[in-house]
Design a binder for this molecule. Sequence first.
Ligand SMILES: *Cc1c(COP(=O)(O)O)cnc(C)c1O
Length: 431
Amino acid sequence: MTLRERDQAVIWHPFTQHQIDVEALPIVRGEGAYLFDEHGNKYLDLVSSWLVNVHGHSHPVIAKAIYEQALKLEHVIFAGFTHEPAVALAEKLIQLLPPGFSKAFYTDNGSTAVEVGIKMAYQYWRNLGEPGRKRILAFTGAYHGDTFGAMSLGKSTGFYQPFHDLLFPVDLFPLPTTWMCDRAVEAKEAQVLNQLEEFLEQYGHQTAAIIVEPLIQAVSGMQMCRPEFLRQLEKLMKTYDVLVIYDEVMTGFGRTGELFACLKAGTTPDIICLAKGITGGFLPLAVTLCQERIYEAFLGDNFHRALAHGHSYSGNPIGCAAGLASLELLLQPETQQQINMITAVNTKFLSTLPDTAKARVCGVTAAFQFNIQSGYGTGASRQISKRFLEKGLIVRPLGNLFYILPPYCITESELKQAYTIIIEELEGVTT
Ligand SMILES: *Cc1c(COP(=O)(O)O)cnc(C)c1O
């Protein structure tokens, strides 16, 4: 039996309709920005393997850090015990984030990092003696993960119809999304801020927190907003004492051009969720960091005030060692130069597209629309993915939205060539 056949016999893949998507492509090896199949064909990973890869595949520096840590200490229960990699990674992140962050809570994926963020915010108010602050605000189209809390926040993505009855209520607001040559952005922002202010005027004292994917709403179609909007949002939330949670699971670790979206926007959220790129794309690890006053509200002489949350693999030492190695690579000037190069190539190619493409760039993340029959996982977008695969490119359209988010080690000529192929191909299928 081939690997494909064995896969079909035993594997149920994520976000997959198996009656239609019959074949998964076996990958045997990764190197730099490329993945290789069993026949030696290579594919340029333009989606960073579901937005996780940072420095390229099988990077030797991260691989070595993982190997060495595994020989020393692979794992230890993280309640009542600690270890160097977890502490060192937390110290490093706190040093890099805006001022005031003081505590790091480890989990092992983006969804749970969000669950922890929501739990921190919700219980914070209870612990302070304001249990009436129960409302959680989120933005339409936001994606925060697939566990029940995260699904509740992201129900407007339309992914979770079967579970709607089981989700908790969330107050949704439109995101003032923008793109190149968008002249209406300021009016859109003002409208949303007005809508939020009217809401808070009435319900502010009942509101625990707002959660936002800062600058880039990723999974719902790389919808972007301006740093100006985040700054005004922060001001408004401060006025009504509403906690601000940044879901930087995707935007963290350089995707916006800066290390974190909050640094690019010049804002300081109360809680921040990090995952995806944290280990360079090697291992599952996530962390939720908070400002000191949040942590302090959980202190007390009994367990009821504590945060009742934990995972078997919380703070896994090997994951943390990978995180430290990846961060070290990320902070090298050469990596910043690569990020700048990718941003420049993105901007150059996207500015050649017509206005209807609603082209948008935020650092290494670029996206544009093409007028093909849309919808997540529809025939048209699947066929296009397949055609790109035949040309050696991994591209996964979200409906009619195409995005480019390569590992930072991609070369300028590889990226330019990819753009040329993509634009040529799409011009051929435009309706
Ligand atoms: C991917 C993603 C998540 C969920 O992360 P998982 O590791 O897939 O659970 C949450 N929030 C955002 C913004 C994401 O992009």
